[in-house]
Each structure stands twice: as C-alpha cells, then as structure tokens.
Design a binder for this molecule. Structure first.
Ligand code: ZN
Length: 232
C-alpha cells in the first residue's frame, strides 16, 4: 500500500513537477519550495548576529527594542522578490512556512532571541486580508514557531477596522494614522512577556513602529523584531 502511494506521488511529481519559487527550475526529490542552489545563494544578512545592524538602527529612537533583524536583503528583480511574490500574490503559503523555518534557524543562533515567550505576526489590513484570503506574516510566524518551539498569537494584536476609511481621507499624515491603527486585546496576558514581532518585508519601519508601540504600551516586557527581508 505504501509502495502504491509512493508510486502515485512520484507520478504526480513527474506530471506536475514542483518548481523552485526563487528561480523557477524543477525541484529534485526531497527539495521543498526552494531549490538547494537558491537556499545556498540567497543574500543572507547575518543580522541576527549583529545588534547594531541596519534594521535595528532604522528603529532606534523610534521604538525601544531588545533586538531587530531581517534575514535577507530585498532587491527588485531578484530571487528574494520572487519568493515574496509567490507568498503574497500566488497563494504559496508553504513558502511562508519554509522561510519561517529558515528564519527560526537563524534566530536560534542569535543571542538576543533566546528567551522569546510569544510570537505575534504583523496583522494585515482587513481589506487586504479579505482580498488575499490570508495574512502571509502568519505563515512566516508559524514557521518560526516550529523551530523555536514558542506559541504564536493571532488574536492579541489587531488592526482597527474603523480606521480603514481614515487612510483615504488625507486628514492624518501616514505616521499619525498608523499610530491609531493597532489595538491590543487581553493585555494582562501579555504582561512580562518577551514578544517577537514578525513581518514579511521591512521598508520604512512605520508599521513595525506602530505595532511595537501598541504592544509596549500594553505592558509587554521586551520587544524583538524579525522579518524575512529588508528593502534597502
Ligand atoms: Zn532555485
């Protein structure tokens, strides 16, 4: 029976070969989502080993963080952009889990990330999540959680739906608007916790700043930040 199942799986793979989400070549048996060559070649930052990295520096003075990092450099027209595109626009949520696993492997080696109590993904705009059908950062968070063996919460940090329309009015600057977008539920459960906030790609840091401040105002003990990529 097992042999039959294996044969069926092999047939399906022969007929519909899985492709590497980074370079588009056929995956070999045992490879998942990303081929071995791409895994080796991706532009890793090693920011998990350096507390004064560019992601952390970008947030200094804006958000009191324990540590912050992103695993890869994000540049247009590269394999990293292909991966993020698969995850965000092609429903390849397994890519999120896989990248989350890789991110977890890095964090395990970073001194600043050893005592994390809870992982929280950055909530997506409710409208965007409805359109896409999922929040890509949740899959990344699940992937990290598998490696670090830490729980994930998708219910404590929420985007306020009522502020949706405010983004259309030009009444607030982007910054002021962001600050009021995030709400924290069940604050007492977060007290004294070291929270790891997970994002997909860091650009200006405005979203992380707003999320992080909401969590710190809610009384968490320590805030760390990790993302898959950093747009230079
Ligand atoms: Zn590849």
């Amino acid at each position: 029976m097992i042999a039959v199942k294996r044969l069926a799986t092999d047939m399906i793979e022969l007929l519909f070969p899985e492709l590497c989400n980074a370079c588009g070549t056929h995956l070999y048996y045992g490879e998942k989502q990303i081929c071995t060559k791409c895994l080796y070649d991706l532009p890793y930052t090693d920011y998990h080993l350096h507390s004064d990295n560019r992601v952390a520096k970008q947030l200094w003075g804006r958000l009191p963080i324990n540590a912050a990092m992103a695993m890869l450099y994000f540049r247009k027209g590269t394999k990293v952009q292909n991966l993020m595109h698969s995850l965000k626009y092609k429903s390849q949520t397994d890519v999120g889990l896989r990248l989350g696993n890789l991110l977890g492997d890095k964090l395990k080696l970073g001194e600043a990330y050893q005592d994390i109590d809870l992982i929280i993904p950055v909530p997506l705009h409710p409208k965007k999540e409805r359109l896409r059908g999922y929040n890509q950062s949740e899959f990344i968070a699940d992937g990290v959680a598998e490696i670090l063996d830490v729980p994930v919460s998708k219910s404590h940090l929420l985007r306020d739906k009522s502020t949706e329309s405010q983004t259309k009015k030009a009444r607030y600057t982007r910054y002021e608007n962001m600050q009021s977008v995030f709400n924290v539920n069940d604050k007492e459960q977060l007290e004294k916790l070291h929270v790891l906030l997970i994002d997909d790609v860091i650009t200006t840091g405005a979203t992380l700043e707003a999320c992080g401040n909401a969590l710190l105002n809610a009384g968490i003990k320590k805030l760390s930040i990790a993302a898959i990529a950093f747009a230079e």
